[in-house]
Design a protein around this ligand. Structure first.
Ligand code: PMP
Length: 437
């Protein structure tokens, strides 16, 4: 990690930011409120959930005020327009990741998208339709994850293994917060049915070399699921270039509403999977003796969907496209570099994760010597600074690095150098308060 000159953080460089932070802040109503007795809200918790620009709020309101109806049902004009708005958003969200609309399945969030795949794989083992058995998981099969997964990309695979008798294996981590791929060729082997890996760690910020994992998985015929919860909101993604079979992400982390997530799946893989949830909207023919199912994506969208939220997510995608995902990525890289230098200049602060901006996104986790992360968070909160503290739903990671928890700052399009300065000043205030300096 870069050490700085005599004054802590004095060497941190403020390169010009690619995004116009003041103009963007004006789009987010919540950023004009104050917290903790009139303090400016410094929101450094976008990794947990992002704030919403007015354009997204307006899109949801527009839907409810003008076209609200159940899509894919009913012959009236509202139903037709609601279906149009829902499907138009699907096409737009697909285009955002370079995918055709029939490969986009709407779920509640990343967690549900991963569970959908995990249940489809175990349902495949008992499917009566032979065409749904291609990806069945059972005894003797292996599922591979990594030690840096969010619980959402770990527990569903543990549970799949318990249901089916398959074995869970994982890739470990290096001391500097990267995936240890030294045993990739043995961990991913002929028994592997699926590799589930995060593209960007929510706790370490590490961006993983997905292409290496995909290349090995292809050699052994395993599927690859990429957890894009922390990558799709922050960098340009093209599923063709990614080369995986599934990509999952949450609308609420990319300026969109809560309650909507996305499962992208390669069409031929989705088409070979049985459903997870069943009921209305996903059937072809229903008889008392049994039913047949629609092709994807409808096969995986049982019940009335989260229509207004999907429309809101479409507006979020428009907003991000207007900013330019290249610029969003460069903006966060500049802020991350600045934050890493600032934190390096504070004695007693240790960053858990890669120390520079190489293959690293804007999630900066750290510990402060002699102060519990929850106490750091409390002092920051008193100053109006919202950060996340705890194990960040990635318990094996904090265990791996021998810390009880971390304090985590995450950045997004409205984050500026003033926010990072506030964080650094807040950490020094915590050190003063607890008498550790
Ligand atoms: N994966 C990663 C890497 C995450 O950061 C998160 C959310 N913190 C999730 C999965 C789960 O997302 P959600 O809670 O929206 O389902």
């Amino acid at each position: 990690m870069t050490q700085t000159a005599s004054r802590p953080g004095a060497g941190a460089q403020q390169v010009p930011l690619p995004l116009d932070v003041e103009a963007i802040r004006a789009d987010f109503p919540i950023l004009s409120r104050t917290v903790r007795d009139g303090k400016r809200l410094v929101y450094l918790d976008s990794g947990a959930t992002s704030q919403k620009p007015r354009q997204v709020l307006d899109a949801e309101r527009w839907f409810y005020e003008n076209v609200n109806a159940a899509p894919h049902r009913g012959a009236h004009q509202l139903a037709e327009e609601a279906t149009g708005a829902y499907e138009e958003a699907r096409a737009k969200i697909g285009a955002f990741i370079g995918a055709p609309e029939n490969e986009i399945v709407f779920t509640r969030n990343t967690t549900e998208a991963i569970n959908l795949v995990a249940y489809a794989l175990s349902n495949a083992a008992t499917a009566k339709e032979p065409e749904f058995r291609a990806h069945a998981v059972g005894q003797g099969d292996e599922i591979v994850v990594t030690e840096m997964e969010h619980h959402a990309n770990l527990i569903p695979w543990q549970q799949l293994c318990e249901r089916t008798g398959a074995t869970l294996r994982w890739l470990g981590l290096t001391d500097d917060g990267r995936l240890d791929l030294s045993d990739l060729a043995t961990v991913v082997n002929e028994r592997t049915r699926l590799v589930a890996v995060t593209q960007q760690s929510n706790i370490l910020g590490t961006i993983n070399p997905i292409e290496k994992i995909v290349a090995r998985a292809r050699e052994v015929g395993a599927l690859v699921l990429v957890d894009g919860a922390q990558s799709v909101p922050h960098q340009p993604i093209d599923v063709t270039a990614l080369g995986a079979d599934f990509l999952v992400f949450s609308g609420h982390k990319m300026l969109g509403p809560t309650g909507v997530g996305v499962l992208w799946g390669r069409y031929e893989v989705l088409d070979a999977l049985p459903p997870f949830l069943t009921g209305g909207s996903m059937i072809e023919v229903v008889r008392m003796e049994g039913s047949t199912f629609m092709p994807p994506p409808q096969r995986f969208e049982a019940g009335i969907p989260m229509t207004a939220q999907v429309v809101g997510l479409g507006a979020a995608v428009d907003y991000l496209n207007a900013l330019g995902m290249d610029k969003v990525e460069a903006h966060e890289r500049a802020l991350t570099g600045y934050a890493l230098e600032k934190l390096a200049g504070i004695p007693g602060v240790t960053v858990i994760g890669p120390p520079d901006t190489v293959a690293r996104g804007g999630a900066v986790s750290f510990t402060v010597e002699g102060i519990h992360p929850h106490d750091v968070g409390q002092v920051l909160d008193d100053l109006g600074i919202a950060v996340r503290v705890g194990h960040h739903c990635a318990w094996p990671v904090v265990r791996r690095y021998g810390v009880p928890a971390t304090t985590r700052a995450t950045f997004y399009v409205h984050t500026g150098y003033d926010d990072v300065d506030a964080l650094a000043d807040g950490i020094r205030a915590a050190q003063k308060f607890f008498g550790t300096v």
